[in-house]
Each structure stands twice: as C-alpha cells, then as structure tokens.
Design a protein around this ligand. Sequence first.
Ligand code: ATP
Length: 211
Amino acid sequence: MSPIGVFGGTFDPIHYGHLRSAYELLQDLELGEVRFVPSAAPPHRGSTFAPAELRYRMVEVAVAGQDGFVVDDCEFHRDGPSYTVDTLTAIRAERDAASLCLIVGMDAYLGLTTWHRWTDILGLAHIVVAHRPGWQLPNTGALGELLAECGTEDVGELHRQSCGRIYHHAVTQLEIASTEIRELVAAGKDPRFLMPDGVRDIIVASGCYTN
Ligand code: ATP
C-alpha cells in the first residue's frame, strides 16, 4: 500500500500554496492519498477567524474532484486542543501498518519542538518537510540532532517503513499566506486566483473575513 500523506493546517482559508504543495508531493512521492486535516481547535492560536465548520467546508470544496485528495474530519470528533499526535494516533489505529507521512511546511517544522508530545510523532509517522528550492533543514539544536538520527534522502524508505523518517522535498513555493488573504478581504479586495473559485465563493457569501 502506498504511503498516506497527512496534511494538517488551520486552513483559514485554504489556498493554492497548500494545494500545489500537496499535489506535487502526491505525485513526486507516489503517495496513495493526501488527507487534509483541518484543525478544529488549533493549539497555537487563540481563536480562528472563520469557524471550524466553514474552514472544513472550504477544504472540502477545494479538494473536490482531485483524485487522491481527501478531507478528514477526525479533529472535529475530539474535545480540547487539536493535537497532531492525537490525530496521527487515530489514523494509525484505522490504517494499522500503513506508512503515514505527516506533511509540514518549513515554518511549521521549525516550530516542531513546541508541539504537544512532539517526540512521539516519529513513532507514528514519517515527517515530510515541504520547502522552497535551495532551503536546507536546520542541522543544529534539537531539530539538527533529530535530522542526524532520522533524516533520509531515500524516498523508498517512506514506502518500506511505516514511520520514523524525516524527508525533505523542494516544492514550487507560492508566496501565498492565509493571513494575507484575510487582510486583503478585510480591506475590501477580491481574493480571486489565490484559491479555487469555490473557496472564494464561500468567503464572499459568508463574509467570514469581512470586518
Ligand atoms: P496563516 O497565514 O494563517 O498562518 P498559512 O497560510 O501559513 O496560515 P496554515 O493553515 O497555517 O496556512 O498552514 C498549514 C500548513 O501549510 C503548514 O504546514 C504550513 O507550513 C503550510 N503552508 C502554508 N502556506 C504555504 C504555502 N504558500 N506553500 C506551501 N505550504 C504552505
């Protein structure tokens, strides 16, 4: 069975930066699927701008029709902060010995040591860091030690083993951030072409980012 990509995020809102990275990883790493997991209650943020159900709906609309892209609502069935370690535990229980690849952007990876039970994550999944061409992963500190121990440049290991490796992969980096989208919508501008039209339609109809 091909590895399962697990792509968590606040997705407030989802945009082409997320979608393009996930698509390149799906193809380049020959993943069986990419599961987008909208965070119900992101631990690192006080509150979100769009409510959880609307963020989920935007992800659902964004991935509709793309083979291999699925949305996972597992974080909506738990109370309290949505910790990645709990999400991976739930997917692991469902998928038994499958290879799981937690997909993170470089910014998220650099904050890994602040995550709840972060040292347990590699016991549940590989970590795939999507970064812009030319960037290197940190090779000092706790993350440097982790990379020395668990890093691999062999994508085949992500297929042969179910968890435990850190792999980095350059993807086309689109300079789009949800924060900027929210700001431009709040300023009365149209976010068209930064995200699929269906996502833009939800933003416009709901007024979720309009001050
Ligand atoms: P915000 O601006 O609200 O912080 P964001 O655009 O960074 O949001 P998140 O939902 O926080 O989006 O990110 C989810 C994941 O997607 C993270 O791992 C992050 O590193 C990655 N990511 C965010 N923006 C991009 C982008 N433009 N290209 C590739 N990956 C991205």
